[in-house]
Design a protein around this ligand. Structure first.
Ligand SMILES: NC(=O)c1ccc[n+]([C@@H]2O[C@H](COP(=O)([O-])OP(=O)(O)OC[C@H]3O[C@@H](n4cnc5c(N)ncnc54)[C@H](OP(=O)(O)O)[C@@H]3O)[C@@H](O)[C@H]2O)c1
Ligand SMILES: [Zn+2]
Ligand SMILES: [Zn+2]
Length: 338
């Protein structure tokens, strides 16, 4: 089958022929119908994110149809429409036992990171990682639940977002669109920060007030203005350049929580006094858990949250999708349809 492969840091992805995987005992084989293209793929491509495994098929937002089941799996699952949970934890370590397989140090697989992912025609995953999609969610709309929405569910829980919190979503792209909706549902007031008009308009439609970073001289001051000087209880950093990280710290309220989700080549450098005097908390969010993906599917199925897809492309035109990621002009995900 065809698959788009990461070949190592700083090397361009390439479409290759790879063997079709067979489902072993406890596994299902999925015919992939939709694979979202996450900004993280750019970090692989640039060499910023180097997990030391290559070659590996890219893509961790994966939706499709169960085609074959391995020994011990209910044959009734054939034909089921599913979205993939991209971590397969060891199931034994302290983190797995706590339901935090995103922190497992002995992962059996991490699809699209350490293990072959969704930019391909088939994938096999443990049956439990194939989460059933209710009728009514199209597979192309379902793929971005796998990272875009479920990352938002995880990060909002890390930040303890609650009723009345002022939340800044710094970088309104796909994960940002998820965060706006999830934090609004939790009762927060949300301010989205971005630079392009179409993304800011959608952020507003999804329930955020917005600040156009390209139109104000000082984003932190704009957040302070909007909050009567108080600042934000939570800032989700989805850009994390030196300039945005500095602004993110400057816009925190007392006891504000700065949550890193995104990253760039820049490092975080802050004098501790800036954190000490306001008892600020700096934390981070990585991936998500199976329970959170199930929750994200429920949120989308109920209509409380929607995914944002800019356009779809057949797998063979994957490089156009990478080009759209580099330009940053897609509003929401580009989704490959293998
Ligand atoms: N920790 C995790 O588990 C996790 C999960 C998923 C993604 N990520 C990471 O999180 C980040 C966001 O992912 P994503 O897929 O949502 O990316 P994305 O769709 O590209 O969203 C980021 C948005 O930030 C905006 N932006 C860029 N520079 C800005 C600036 N200086 N000021 C204000 N806004 C700016 C861009 O919109 P404009 O066009 O308006 O500038 C862009 O749409 C990436 O670094 C990704 O690798 C992490
Ligand atoms: Zn992602
Ligand atoms: Zn584990």
């Amino acid at each position: 089958m065809k698959a788009v492969r990461y070949l190592g840091p700083g090397r361009p992805f390439r479409m290759e022929d790879v063997p079709e995987p067979e489902p072993g005992p406890g596994y299902v084989s999925i015919r992939i119908r939709a694979a979202g293209m996450c900004h993280t793929e750019l970090h692989f491509e640039s060499g910023l994110l180097d997990l030391g495994v290559a070659p590996v098929t890219m893509g961790h937002e994966i939706a499709g149809v169960v085609e074959e089941v391995g020994e011990g799996v209910d044959p009734g699952r054939r034909g089921e429409r599913v979205v993939v949970h991209y971590y397969a934890g060891c199931g034994r370590c302290e983190w797995c036992r706590r339901g935090l397989e995103n922190l497992c140090g002995e992962l059996r697989a991490e699809y699209g990171f350490l293990s072959d992912g969704g930019y391909a025609e088939h994938i096999t995953v443990p049956a439990a990682n194939a989460v059933t999609l209710p009728v009514g969610i199209e597979l192309t709309d379902a793929a971005p639940i796998g990272c875009g929405v479920t990352t938002a569910v995880h990060a909002s829980s890390i930040a303890h977002v609650g009723e009345g919190d002022v939340v800044v979503v710094y970088g309104v792209g796909t994960v940002g669109f998820g965060l706006i909706q999830v934090c609004r549902l939790a009762g927060a007031r949300v301010i989205g920060v971005g630079r392009s008009r179409r993304k800011l308009e959608l952020a507003q439609e999804l329930g955020a007030e917005v600040i156009d970073a390209s139109a104000v001289p000082d984003v932190a001051a704009a957040v302070r203005d909007a909050t009567g000087g108080r600042g934000a209880d939570v800032v989700f950093e989805l850009v994390a350049t030196a300039a945005t990280m500095d602004a993110a710290v400057a816009m925190l309220a007392k006891r504000g929580r700065l949550v890193f989700i995104g990253y760039s080549k820049d490092s975080f450098a802050v004098h501790p006094i800036r954190l000490v005097i306001s008892e600020a908390v700096v934390t981070a969010s990585v991936g998500n858990t199976l329970a959170e993906l199930e929750e994200a599917v429920r949120l989308v199925a109920s209509g409380a949250v929607r995914t944002v897809v800019d356009h779809t492309l057949p797998l063979k035109r994957w490089s156009e999708g990478m080009e759209a990621l580099r330009r940053g002009d897609a509003v929401g995900r580009v989704v490959l349809t293998p």
